[in-house]
Design a protein around this ligand. Structure first.
Ligand SMILES: NC(=O)c1ccc[n+]([C@@H]2O[C@H](COP(=O)([O-])OP(=O)(O)OC[C@H]3O[C@@H](n4cnc5c(N)ncnc54)[C@H](O)[C@@H]3O)[C@@H](O)[C@H]2O)c1
Length: 368
């Protein structure tokens, strides 16, 4: 079975789906690999680091393989390059209603969506949402530190002293908890809030304060995710949170609700009341943003407050992000392998993980 590894065409993407180490593992499992030239260059992996058995070619040949491995969903033009009955494994963004899934189904491509891997212990090694969110959480703090014109830790020197930065993290999922941990390591005073009160102990175990608010309901939804709050709860949340936010030096927001637009947690009024020099990093920028003034992929300045809206922070640590993603893919392929001689994949739906991630199959769109 031939695996195709095309270069990512999305602007600003620097990651590669399979690293040289990943390629070695796939070859051991009896796959052959055809890759587009320079596929890993932007992630720090030149072609020369890939095993010599990899065949180097162009995008057309890489997309025409039996199994195509990618980071981002293909463009419509790229879909035309797939052969019928090919398998595509990528982050597919299944909630976007732009006709891509219909196009893949029509082309008879079997599509597996990496971000649909269920958040269950058995699937942890395949969980790209976690592996990439962890990197986003870390990088959000580095970006904040770079834009913030002061120290994070308490500094006492012969030439003067400075107070530690006060940081608020909104949403304590995978990215939020990593942001808390990273900001604490840099010596900031960190508080965090989440509508799911079960995260209180996790926040405290990282040396941060859990902000307890009475919003009249618990925000826990299905599968460990948050649910959309009622209008009354949203109003109570804003009433209790806004004054605290105005006093923060840095706010890192990660609040998301699966399949929906991100909730607005920082209205314009809060931004305008923050001290000039403060920084907001909006990790929800790809789903609309938690700050009303966020602009995707830009750093905007409002009254001296900087709002960072980068939508692809993992691409700013491309070799680590690619390593994690490649390991996630290999773990999934291990589950999919039905036979070794010759290698064959099992794409039947009996397994809960496979069932959850099958997006198109046999000409149909399966994702609801
Ligand atoms: N294998 C596993 O078992 C596994 C792996 C990873 C994550 N998880 C769980 O999956 C869940 C989702 O994690 P995620 O990082 O993908 O979350 P996410 O990206 O969907 O959301 C980020 C955080 O925002 C919070 N949030 C939503 N609306 C909010 C609001 N109005 N105010 C404040 N916070 C708000 C959510 O509760 C969540 O913690 C978590 O429960 C996590 O522990 C399980």
């Amino acid at each position: 079975m031939r695996i195709g590894l095309p270069k990512e065409s999305r602007a600003g993407e620097t990651r590669v789906a399979i690293t040289p180490e990943g390629a070695r593992k796939l070859l051991k499992k009896q796959f052959s690999i055809v890759a587009e030239k320079d596929v890993g260059l932007l992630s720090g992996f030149p072609d020369s680091e890939y095993p010599s058995e990899v065949e180097w070619s162009d995008a057309k040949t890489a997309f025409a393989a039996d199994v195509v491995l990618k980071i981002n969903r293909p463009t419509d033009n790229e879909v035309a390059l797939f052969k019928p009955n090919a398998v595509l494994i990528t982050q597919i963004e299944p909630f976007r209603k732009d006709g891509l899934l219909d196009l893949l189904a029509k082309a008879n491509v079997t599509t597996l969506g990496m971000e649909l891997i269920p958040r269950i212990p058995r699937a942890q090694a395949m969980d790209v949402l976690s592996s990439q969110a962890n990197i986003s959480g870390y990088r959000s703090v580095i970006e904040a530190a770079a834009q913030y014109g002061k120290f994070f830790p308490l500094m006492m020197t012969a030439a003067g002293s400075s107070k530690p930065a006060k940081i608020m993290v909104l949403g304590a999922g995978v990215a939020g908890l990593q942001a808390v941990a990273t900001a604490r390591r840099l010596g900031a005073i960190v508080e965090a809030y989440d509508v799911r009160s079960e995260v209180k102990e996790q926040i405290q175990s990282l040396g941060a304060k859990f902000v307890e608010l009475d919003i009249g309901e618990d925000g826990s939804g299905q599968g460990g995710y948050a649910k959309e709050l009622s209008d009354a709860a949203k109003a109570r949340l804003a009433e209790q949170l806004n004054d605290r936010l105005k006093k923060c030096d840095i706010i890192i927001t990660t609040a998301n609700i699966p399949g929906r637009k991100a909730p607005i947690m920082i209205p314009e009024e809060v931004v305008k009341a923050m001290r000039p020099g403060s920084v907001i990093v909006d990790l929800a920028a790809p789903t609309g943003g938690n700050c009303a003034l966020t602009e995707p992929d830009k750093v905007v300045s409002v009254n001296g407050v900087k709002i960072i809206g980068y939508t692809n922070l993992p691409a700013m640590l491309p070799s680590e992000a690619s390593n994690f993603y490649s390991n996630n893919l290999i773990a999934l392929i291990d589950l999919l392998i039905a036979d070794q001689q010759p290698v064959r994949l099992n794409l039947e739906q009996q397994d809960d993980i496979i069932k959850a991630i099958l997006v198109t199959r046999n000409g149909d769109v399966l994702h609801p």
